[in-house]
Design a protein around this ligand. Structure first.
Ligand SMILES: Cc1cc2nc3c(=O)[nH]c(=O)nc-3n(C[C@H](O)[C@H](O)[C@H](O)COP(=O)(O)OP(=O)(O)OC[C@H]3O[C@@H](n4cnc5c(N)ncnc54)[C@H](O)[C@@H]3O)c2cc1C
Length: 186
């Protein structure tokens, strides 16, 4: 039985339930009565900031992905459909969800971008936007794989809970879907 938290107190029954709640994954699992609380991994917030190139044409047509940094994929380059060049995301560990981009982080961006584009002029980067990765590892710890918690692990029939679906979770989404379908059929 799944009870929804809406005004009508709607409820329904299902034999299968998959939770994929991103930053709310831990809260979601904690709200599932028989789910063993001890299995819920600690949530860490890995904010990723972006800076945009202003006043200049995008320097490259293709994506540039330098080698990963510890704990994340690292600052890469992309040109969006409107032709704007963007750099990011970096990795900033934060304690709460807040999305302001600190202009002071520009300094580390100049250093990161000049590793693959030495010609980046001073003053060309402006704060753009940010996102927060739902990490299940903290600073200095090795990045684990996605956590797909199935009945064999937690004992609740028909339930799969996903944790730590951070980058490259979008790229991996079809593979994740296939894996989950396979486990639900097992
Ligand atoms: C800065 C940054 C850069 C990234 N770059 C890349 C990249 O280049 N390539 C890549 O592959 N991936 C990237 N990712 C990762 C990618 O965005 C995620 O892996 C992907 O969005 C995960 O999808 P999801 O559906 O699991 O979670 P989310 O997209 O977070 O969606 C979770 C959903 O659950 C909903 N929800 C939460 N609680 C409840 C509840 N109680 N009831 C119902 N719904 C609920 C939320 O509203 C939300 O809609 C990046 C992430 C960040 C933060």
């Amino acid at each position: 039985m799944v009870r929804l938290g809406d005004a009508d107190g709607a409820r329904f029954t299902t034999r299968r339930l998959v939770t994929a709640a991103g930053l709310a994954a831990q809260a979601c699992a904690a709200a599932i009565a028989p789910y063993p609380a001890a299995r819920i991994p600690k949530r860490h917030l890995g904010k990723g900031n972006y800076f945009a190139l202003s006043g200049l044409k995008a320097p490259f047509r293709r994506l540039i992905y330098p080698p990963p940094i510890p704990g994340a994929l690292g600052t890469h380059y992309r040109r969006d459909l409107g032709g704007v060049a963007r750099f990011g995301p970096d990795l900033q560990w934060v304690e709460e969800e807040e999305y302001r981009v600190d202009p002071a982080r520009a300094e580390s961006f100049y250093a990161a971008v000049r590793r693959f584009w030495p010609g980046l002029p001073d003053g060309a980067l402006t704060p753009d936007y940010s996102g927060i990765r739902p990490k299940i590892h903290g600073p200095g710890e090795p990045q684990p794989d996605f956590m797909i918690d199935d009945p064999a692990a937690h004992g609740v029939e028909g339930l799969i809970c996903l944790f730590g679906i951070e980058s490259p979770g979008l790229t991996a989404s079809l593979a994740l879907g296939e894996e989950i379908a396979t486990r639900l059929r097992a």
